[in-house]
Design a protein around this ligand. Sequence first.
Ligand code: ATP
Ligand code: MG
Length: 393
Amino acid sequence: MIFHAFLIKYAEIAIKGKNRYLFEDALVKQIRTALSRVEGEFQVTKEQGRVYVFCPERYDFQEACEALQKVFGIVGICPVVIYEDQGFEQMAQDVCAYMKERYPDYEGTFKVYTRRAKKSYPMTSMEVSAELGGRILDLFPRASVDVHQPSMTLSVEIREKIYVYSETLPGPGGMPVGTNGKAMLLLSGGIDSPVAGYMIAKRGVKIEAVYFHAPPYTSERAKQKVVDLAKLVARYSGPIRLYVVNFTDIQLYIYDQCPHEELTIIMRRYMMRIAEHFAQKDNCLGLITGESIGQVASQTMQSLAATNEVCTIPVYRPVIGFDKQEIVEIARKIDTFETSILPYEDCCTIFVAKHPVTKPNLNVIHRSEGKLAEKIDELVEEAIRTAEIIEAE
Ligand code: ATP
Ligand code: MG
């Protein structure tokens, strides 16, 4: 069956009042971005409180559905067949042909739901539904009408043309990216941070990202893996600006000056500071990390407090209460898992101590950081100045 359009369903509850058009405009924009990856010219329109995607003559149905299923804010996607309006008799024949092709031997319950956007149509919605229901019963003697809990609802929309649909593919839910500001994701090559970025983007937040690498201790392949992860998350979030920060000199300097068991915590504090710098510059309203309480030494409550201390904007940690397995499930669902587990070195693990502190004391950490006074500001400035910007899309 060839579908000419998709009717996009979104949760209306979130968009009462004057925010509605912001929500719809952002949704339309994200749908356009998602479909720009699919071959063919798709037209996305917003009319009378509905969003439609009109398809080109030739296109890959599966690919289009998969792209739409990544657009936050969509709760359902209905593939629509469009017929010319040539009077009721023709409409009845078209609807019967649709049913025959889609459900050759239908024997379940159904109802016909008619919506008349073209008010000049000579029959009321009720009349059209009743008449079409009768025709369908004639065609499928084993089928029956159930207006309360039908197994299938055949929707007919009377507009300039006649729109027919009966199926709804699930959307990803959430809110369209762009309706809730922007945040900066600390994106490593691991499993957790891509999931964290996905979860915040799902709430309508546009994301940017920052990755710290340590060449030559970390390889070009490790960096490419992070770029690839950013691209995978971008399928949901839209394009991501990724800052790649050379962290080597900072890391070596901390390694030289501070107790090794505090290295990870102090490093994480400098990552947060630099991430916040880019966040402020680009008007991001928060940072995002993939931290989860107790997962590793740097994620105990004490360690989290120590990294948190240096931030002046909120830090969002959407997987904070998740077990690894729960995070892995999401990573698999959004297709980042296989990339995340590629075994390349990570800048955090290279200089890592055998016994890192698990309960860092802030006074002790402050004292250790004091030993960095001579060169650290200069090194941080250098790292910021030389950051590479990659547009991941
Ligand atoms: P992930 O799977 O996201 O790497 P992880 O379990 O390996 O997480 P850590 O290495 O302790 O945990 O990192 C905790 C968080 O700090 C990450 O989720 C990420 O947000 C951030 N982070 C860690 N390393 C980097 C890095 N090299 N560049 C950017 N952010 C990082
Ligand atoms: Mg990691």
